[in-house]
Write a protein that binds this ligand. Structure first.
Ligand SMILES: [Zn+2]
Length: 434
């Protein structure tokens, strides 16, 4: 559709975004050059500092919450021009990447090729950070203050599971009307991510009794043999058609070939689409028993990321976004992906829409790229979504005091109940982060 045939609001947003296309590409190159691996806390300072500078200029009060062992969180609160006391919406992103410092100088030089920008972290997700800045700039320059005041939160430990920033994200998710997550879009058409699987990691420990394998093997009880049959049982718990998969990814045990092994262990990755399934698998894993006399097993859950489910409030936000995107002549698609993001966390507390970042490909791969032509469109889309009124995503139980909050993540084996699941969900699709 030609811009001239769009509704006036869509036209203004798109035109304002298009004149900024080169500036967006320039900021993306700048941010990519400030390499920022999750495991080097001080590398987060320049990239977050550059963002802070832009956000201050746009009228935000910017703070950096230092990390303990990670790079900390950048938090930008709306100043007077943005409606300090209005209900709030959260723009969520991360400044860390999976690439070690020096990557840009070796295997992934930052460069433009045929309309693409390539380089470490450009797609996941420095382009998303660029979109945040420019969406806000467009709204300010067009004098279109959103009815729901934007808050920007950029953490720097997302790629390692947000161990330090999760409490901050959770706190903000409880306070806001809705969350827009600037993770990369899915596929070449820029589908939003409306469902992400949950991820749990388990350690399975088997105890047996060691003995000399030649002199008195009958006195031993092989933990390795017991584990071998447990591995079969664990894999059999999967229901791939329903999106439930279990992978025994690492195993160990025993000491020497001539010793009946007294211990063995395995690390298991579990992916599931609903909290209910996650709980059921948890119970089955904790209920595992060995079949080799003299052995026993203990199963520990080492980490848990709940799924981003198509809850009623998430569906309402997605519907509102889909309709609003038509103002820009965009037909938004949606995708369900296997990897988790911080959107999995916020979705428990408030309406969440993920995958609002750039269109591109190769996340976590050396050919990582962003389609530069997508940047203005995506910035205009984000600006349009920021203009949604406060009631759009409201359903009982949504954030900002509109209903009861779900409980905090519970003790092992007891995740909080999922919101009644809307069955009408997105089509399954490959890929994701983490
Ligand atoms: Zn990411």
């Amino acid at each position: 559709m030609g811009v001239e045939r769009l509704p006036p609001l869509g036209r203004r947003l798109l035109e304002a975004a298009r004149v900024r296309g080169e500036a967006m590409a320039g900021l993306l190159e700048e941010l990519a050059a400030l390499e920022s691996p999750s495991d080097v806390p001080e590398s987060q300072v320049p990239v977050q500092g550059r963002l802070a500078e832009s956000l201050r200029r746009l009228g935000f009060h910017v703070r950096r919450l230092p990390g303990r062992t990670r790079g900390g969180v950048l938090l930008a609160l709306p100043g007077p021009d943005w409606g300090e006391n209005a209900p709030r919406q959260l723009l969520l992103g991360h400044s860390d990447t999976v690439w070690p410092s020096g990557t840009a100088a070796s295997v992934m030089p930052i460069r433009r090729e045929g309309g693409r920008l390539l380089g470490p972290g450009v797609f996941d997700m420095k382009a998303g950070l660029v979109l945040m800045v420019f969406a806000l700039e467009i709204l300010r320059d067009l004098d279109l203050p959103p009815a729901v005041a934007p808050v920007v939160l950029v953490n720097s430990d997302e790629e390692v599971g947000s161990p330090e920033s999760a409490p901050v994200i959770r706190r903000w998710a409880r306070r806001v009307e809705r969350v827009y997550v600037l993770e990369p879009a899915s596929g070449p058409d820029g589908a939003l991510k409306t469902a992400r699987k949950g991820v749990a990691r388990y350690r399975v420990e088997v105890r047996g009794r060691s003995a000399h394998a030649g002199l008195e093997p009958e006195k031993g009880a092989s933990a390795v043999l017991a584990l071998a049959s447990l591995i079969q049982e664990i894999h059999a718990l999967g229901e791939p058609a329903e999106g439930t998969t279990l992978n025994v990814g690492v195993v160990g045990g025993g000491s020497r070939a001539n010793v009946v092994p007294g211990e063995a262990w395995a690390l298991v990755d579990v992916r599931f689409a609903t909290e209910e399934t996650g709980r059921a698998i948890h119970r089955r894993l904790r209920g595992l028993r060995t079949s080799v006399p003299g052995t026993s097993v203990v199963v520990h859950r080492e980490s848990l990321v709940p799924p981003l489910e198509p809850t009623p409030r998430n569906r309402a936000l997605w519907e509102a976004a889909r309709v609003a995107a038509r103002d820009l002549g965009l037909r938004l698609g949606e995708a369900a992906v296997g990897g988790g993001s911080d959107g999995n966390l916020t979705s428990r507390y408030t309406a969440t829409l993920d995958g609002l970042g750039a269109v591109g490909g190769g996340a976590h791969a050396v050919h990582e790229f962003v389609e530069l032509a997508s940047l203005p469109e995506r910035a205009a889309l984000l600006a349009r979504l920021l203009l949604l009124p406060p009631w759009q995503a409201r359903t009982p139980g949504s954030g900002n005091g509109a209903g009861p909050l779900p409980p905090e993540p519970g003790p092992p084996g007891d995740p909080p109940p999922a919101a009644p699941g809307a069955k009408a969900g997105p089509a399954p699709c490959k890929g994701g982060q983490r």
